[in-house]
Design a protein around this ligand. Structure first.
Ligand SMILES: Nc1ncnc2c1ncn2[C@@H]1O[C@H](COP(=O)(O)OP(=O)(O)OP(=O)(O)O)[C@@H](O)[C@H]1O
Ligand SMILES: [Mg+2]
Length: 145
């Protein structure tokens, strides 16, 4: 995919979202940061699960709601940091738990749910994923690099 292009995908099931996410993941370089935007229940964690699988992660990704950051080991000694910032008030409280160390790790993939909480700390070059709830099982997924 070229830079500045937007890819729009319509998903009709959790499985389709996971598969789409795994394909996106497989196309990214180590160090990439993916921002996941969308309402509660849109499918950000479902997307993350497929994404982790696309990176060859053996563990099943779970919702990190109460842990904020969940770390997964990947083949090649790489890591995936999955962050859920829903309960984080702002950039300052995120710095309080050291969010910058995760974001700055060049050997890790970063997946961030609720990046709105730390807008000022986000790297310039991110992959933006927006998930829109269209119906019971229908989602519109926009990926912008
Ligand atoms: N096409 C679809 N893609 C993804 N999830 C879907 C789809 N259709 C139905 N779902 C359901 O929508 C829900 C998505 O939940 P998920 O935890 O991924 O949302 P979330 O965006 O991470 O929410 P939160 O902000 O609370 O973390 C799941 O229950 C899933 O089964
Ligand atoms: Mg979630």
């Amino acid at each position: 995919m070229d830079s500045n292009t937007e890819k729009i995908f319509f998903s009709y099931s959790e499985t389709e979202t996971e598969k789409f996410a795994s394909e996106i993941a497989a196309s990214l370089e180590v160090g990439s940061t993916v921002l996941l935007r969308g309402d509660l229940g849109a499918g950000k964690t479902v997307f993350s699960r497929g994404f982790a699988r696309g990176l060859g992660c053996d563990d099943t990704l779970s919702s990190p709601t109460y842990t904020i950051v969940q770390e997964y080991m990947l083949p090649g000694n790489h890591r995936l940091y999955h962050m859920d910032l829903y309960r984080i008030a702002d950039a300052n409280s995120a710095l309080g738990f050291g969010v910058d160390e995760f974001i700055d790790d060049p050997k890790a993939f970063k997946l961030i749910e609720w990046p709105e909480r730390i807008e000022s700390l986000l790297p310039q070059k991110c992959i933006n994923v927006q998930i829109i709830h269209k119906g019971d099982e229908e989602r519109e997924i926009r990926v912008k690099r």
